[in-house]
Design a binder for this molecule. Structure first.
Ligand SMILES: O=C(O)CCC(=O)C(=O)O
Length: 273
C-alpha cells in the first residue's frame, strides 16, 4: 500500500519565511514536496481535469467561454471529483504553511483550482484575487504549486512586492483593463516586481490583495499548476459587492448568507492548532 504520510508531515516555516510573507505579501517556499511525491499526484490531477472536460462534452454543455480561456485552463474544486486529488488538497502540510505564514491558528478551504497554461498561452493579466471573494478577512492566501518545473518562459507568477498593503485598488476583474490599470499602479507606487522559477513541489504563496500576474507560456510544454486557496478560520461571508462575489458566494459557500461564519460543507477546516 502506498503511504502518503508526507502530505501531513509538518514543514518548518522559518521566521524569515513569515517576515518575508508579511512584508511582501508573497513568498516562494522551496521543496514542500519531493519531485517524486508530486509525480504521484500529477497523474490524478491531470486525469481529473481530463474527466471534467469529457463529462462536459458528453453533456453537450457549451464550454464556459470566459475571459480566462486564452490565459489558462481552469478547473475548480477537483477535490470533489477525485479521492486522490482530495488527499492532495486536504494535505495538512500545505494548510499548516498557509496558517503559519498568515499567523492564524486555523485555515479553511475556499477552493482548489488546476491552472494549466498551454504552450502559447497568453500572459495572465495583473489582478487582485480578493476582488472575487466575499469574505470579511484579509487573511486569505493562495498556494500555487507547479506539478512540473516552471521556468520563467513558461509563465510563473509575478508579484508586486508589498502591494497587499494598499488593500483593494481599482475594483476591477481580471482583464486587459485590469492589466493596464495595475501596471500603471505598480509604476506609480514604484513597486518591485519578482518573477520566480519553480521546481515541481516548490510553491509560491500570495495574499488575496497582492497584485500579481503571470507571463505567457513561451515554451513547448504545458504549465501544470495546482492551487489551493485558504482563509482564516472564523471568517464570515459578507454581502457581495459585485457579480463575481455573488457567484463565488453561491458556488463556494452554498447555503450561507452574508454575516454567517464561512464554514459551509465546501469549506472544511484543513488545519488548526
Ligand atoms: O496561474 C496563473 O496564470 C494565474 C493564477 C492566479 O492568478 C492565482 O492563482 O491567483
Amino acid at each position: 500500500m502506498t503511504n502518503y504520510k508526507f502530505l501531513d508531515a509538518p514543514y518548518h516555516v522559518s521566521d524569515e519565511h513569515k517576515e518575508a510573507y508579511r512584508r511582501d505579501g508573497c513568498i516562494l517556499v522551496k521543496n514542500i514536496l519531493r519531485q517524486s511525491e508530486v509525480e504521484q499526484f500529477r497523474m490524478y490531477i491531470e486525469r481529473a481535469v481530463e474527466k471534467h472536460f469529457e463529462e462536459r462534452k458528453k453533456l453537450q454543455k457549451e464550454e464556459v467561454v470566459d475571459d480566462y480561456n486564452a490565459y489558462f485552463t481552469q478547473v475548480t474544486n477537483l477535490w470533489e471529483k477525485d479521492e486522490m486529488v482530495k488527499k492532495f488538497v486536504f494535505a495538512k502540510r500545505f494548510a499548516k504553511i498557509a496558517a503559519d505564514l498568515m499567523g492564524v491558528t486555523g485555515v479553511r478551504l475556499y477552493h482548489d483550482q488546476a491552472l494549466f497554461k498551454e504552450p502559447g498561452g497568453l500572459p495572465t493579466p495583473w489582478h487582485q484575487d480578493q476582488y472575487y471573494w466575499p469574505l470579511d478577512t484579509n487573511n486569505t492566501i493562495t498556494m500555487w504549486m507547479p506539478l512540473v518545473d516552471v521556468s520563467k518562459e513558461m509563465g510563473a507568477l509575478k508579484f508586486a512586492l508589498n502591494s497587499q498593503k494598499d488593500g483593494p485598488v481599482g475594483d476591477i476583474a481580471i482583464s486587459s483593463e485590469s492589466n493596464e490599470f495595475y501596471e500603471n499602479h505598480i509604476k506609480e507606487k514604484c513597486y518591485d516586481v519578482v518573477d520566480n522559477e519553480l521546481k515541481a513541489g516548490d510553491a509560491t504563496f500570495h495574499g488575496g490583495w497582492t497584485i500579481h500576474a503571470a507571463s505567457a507560456n513561451n515554451s513547448n510544454n504545458r504549465r501544470e499548476v495546482m492551487t489551493i486557496i485558504y482563509y482564516a478560520d472564523g471568517a464570515r461571508v459578507v454581502e457581495p459587492t459585485n457579480k463575481q462575489r455573488r457567484v463565488d458566494m453561491e458556488t463556494f459557500h452554498p447555503g450561507l448568507k452574508p454575516g454567517e461564519v464561512a464554514a459551509s460543507s465546501l469549506n472544511p477546516l484543513l488545519f488548526s492548532v
